[in-house]
Ligand binder design. Structure first.
Ligand SMILES: *Cc1c(COP(=O)(O)O)cnc(C)c1O
Length: 413
């Protein structure tokens, strides 16, 4: 069992870091409130539409708010986006044309995008990938220390139509990109190719800093509403925000050319999207407190973590290296048992498409797959790393993490 002395030591070591999360949440909350005031959010915005969804006042006002919050000209924030992958796919398919080149400057993108891009990331394709339409793909790997390879990017970006920057580590072993790094990338890319579209996969990074990518010159950000910007309340959906022409092209792909953003009924979900966006800066701070607490506690117990407990963070993902199969299994089971939903379930490692080893997954969430809620995944291979994220409240997140560590320590006895 974890002693109360150890918990007190961990708490005092996190004071400044947690105060910093609160400070960022304060700044971001002010930006949300200012946007809501400017665009006159009122009760009338929460009414939904059905059918075509023409003149959905709440949806249109929400998108104006989201644009301002993201420092963008325009935004699309819809329940019709089924996931983050679908959102990014709509943007890529909307913007790229045959013979255009898409260049990823942060190495190989998130797994689920391989099917969207197609060859050479996934062959054979499903027949509907960007490569099946003659869109070409190239990438520049990150350097060994996880920083962008600016020298190679400068050359590779010549003549390309769009650049993809993935900020979050996702489920790879590399650091998330802070907003200063996004800014540096934008400067280098613009200097070498002023015409290209700079697209940012912002999943897991919204509201972690007080500055968002469009504020430092990115053309479009894209993300999921069952992660950070949904605040744990959005039932489903995605968003893009950025240059009005690129948002429009994404809308033409989400619905149909000629229809764009005009259609798409909000199905009575507007209030949850507003309330989720209102909560999001705070919820992200709760998630950051939870994962930094896990990092601090496990560091005290002799494990290594990435990021370190008090590191400046750019996403909400925490890597915990257990170096032991039994330890990672019991930790994940403890997270599950410490969750508000499905706490009785006992996760088992299982095969997952796209992984060459079994994966154990713990998630007891209100929203299916909602990873702004406390959740943990671990591929069963050395160094037996668990990827921990989320936590709607620090109280519940801390409880889940303590439960997980106690489960692990109990199993070791
Ligand atoms: C979550 C995520 C996505 C999209 O994933 P979905 O599961 O489709 O929502 C894309 N990129 C990154 C980096 C992500 O973390």
């Amino acid at each position: 069992m974890i002693s109360s002395e150890l918990l007190a030591k961990v708490a005092s070591g996190l004071l400044e870091t947690h105060a910093q999360f609160d400070n960022i949440s304060q700044i971001n909350t002010a930006r949300v409130l200012e946007a809501f005031r400017k665009h006159r959010v009122s009760d009338a915005c929460f009414a939904g539409t059905t059918g075509y969804g023409y003149n959905d006042h709440g949806r249109d006002v929400l998108e104006k708010c989201m644009a301002d919050i993201m420092g963008a000209e325009a935004a699309l924030m819809r329940v019709q986006f089924v996931s983050g992958t679908h959102t990014i796919a709509c943007a890529l398919c909307g913007i790229l044309r045959p013979n255009d080149v898409l260049l990823s400057v942060t190495g190989t993108p998130y797994d689920t995008l391989h099917g969207v891009i197609g060859s050479p990331l996934r062959t054979p394709t499903d027949g509907a990938a960007l490569s099946d339409f003659g869109v070409l793909y190239r990438e520049v790997a990150l350097l060994g220390d996880g920083t962008p390879d600016y020298a190679n990017i400068q050359t590779a970006v010549q003549g390309v139509k769009a650049v993809l920057i993935q900020r979050s580590r996702g489920y790879s072993d590399r650091p998330a990109l802070g907003i200063e790094t996004v800014a540096a990338l934008v400067r280098v890319i613009r200097a070498a190719n002023s015409a290209c579209c700079i697209l940012v996969d912002n999943c897991y990074c919204e509201f972690v800093s007080s500055v968002e990518p469009c504020m430092v010159g990115a053309d479009l950000v894209m993300g999921s509403l069952i992660k950070n910007p949904g605040g744990g309340l959005a039932p489903t959906g995605g968003y893009v925000a950025g240059r009005a022409d690129l948002v429009q092209l994404t809308a033409q792909r989400l619905t149909a050319p000629g229809i764009g953003a005009e259609c798409g009924s909000s199905l009575g979900q507007n209030r949850l999207l507003y309330q989720g966006l209102f909560m999001a800066p705070h919820t992200v701070a709760q998630a950051l407190k939870t994962v930094s607490f896990a990092a601090a506690l496990l560091t005290e117990l002799g494990y290594t973590t990435d990021p370190a407990p008090n590191a400046v963070r750019a996403d909400i993902i925490q890597m915990l290296h257990f170096n032991d199969a039994e330890a990672v299994i019991s930790f994940c089971r403890g997270i599950q048992a410490g969750s508000p939903v499905d706490a009785f379930a006992v996760p088992e490692p299982g095969d997952m498409p796209g992984y060459d080893s079994p994966v154990i997954m713990a998630a007891g969430t209100f929203i299916q797959g909602g990873s702004i809620e406390l959740s943990c995944d671990a591929p069963m291979r050395p160094p037996f790393t668990a990827y921990l994220q989320g936590g709607l409240t620090y109280e519940a997140g801390r409880y889940g993490v303590i439960n997980a560590v106690n489960a692990m320590l109990g199993q070791q006895q």
